[in-house]
Unconditional design. Structure first.
Length: 216
């Protein structure tokens, strides 16, 4: 598979979410058993576009990430003390002082985001068909942490939906999700901002407003 033509990106995250919705027509209007979860910050905007098109409830599922060289995620923390690392011991808790310090910082920010965006309550997700959305997948660690935390809640199924994902991330996420929907699979995704004409980062206030206006 060759590198995608970057001259034809999505106008913005919302339009990418609308395009993803076209790939999930069987989920339209299933208010009784299907929920859309967006990963803040950018993934929540993509999720809002998808949820609006499919007439599904939208909620946030916060994950904190720590970037490494080239802005790739090297550690991700999800609810339930789930840690994913770009190392062989991925998924295990840190033991050395440096990692513990980093995790304390990530945990504090994760709690802040969960409160800020009123994340979905765990008992509301049990037995539900979940569509988990991010703005793009590179290493896959952030989504892997989210999926591991969500699996512990015993949903009926988990579908991951994202505009683009590179090969490494696809392989990791595909092993954790029941279904993976990617509009543009690529070998190496590069910087996400190259895939959207408007890559303005949404503020906390904008996301709160977005969630308030989402289809219930």
């Amino acid at each position: 598979m060759g590198r995608m033509d970057l001259r034809a990106p999505w106008p913005d995250r919302n339009r990418a979410g609308q395009a993803l919705a076209v790939k999930l027509p069987h989920c339209r209007g299933r208010l009784w058993d299907t929920r859309v979860l967006g990963l803040p910050h950018g993934g929540l905007v993509v999720a809002a576009g998808l949820a609006r098109e499919l007439r599904l409830p939208l909620a946030s599922w916060s994950v904190q990430r720590l970037g490494g060289d080239g802005a790739r995620t090297r550690m991700a923390l999800a609810p339930g003390n789930v840690v994913a690392r770009d190392r062989p011991e991925a998924g295990q808790r840190a033991t050395d002082p440096e990692d513990l310090q980093l995790l304390n910082v990530l945990e504090a920010e994760l709690r802040r985001l969960q409160l800020c965006f009123a994340d979905a309550l765990p008992h509301d997700l049990r037995g539900q068909r979940l569509i988990v959305v991010d703005e793009g997948i590179r290493s896959g660690l952030t989504m892997a942490a989210a999926l591991t935390s969500l699996r512990r809640l015993y949903p009926a199924s988990i579908t991951v939906a994202t505009p683009m994902a590179d090969r490494r991330g696809r392989n990791l996420v595909a092993n954790l999700a029941d279904d993976l929907v990617v509009l543009r699979p690529v070998i190496a995704g590069g910087q996400r901002k190259r895939w959207f004409r408007d890559f303005t980062q949404p503020t906390d206030s904008e996301l709160i407003e977005l969630l308030a206006g989402a289809t219930a």
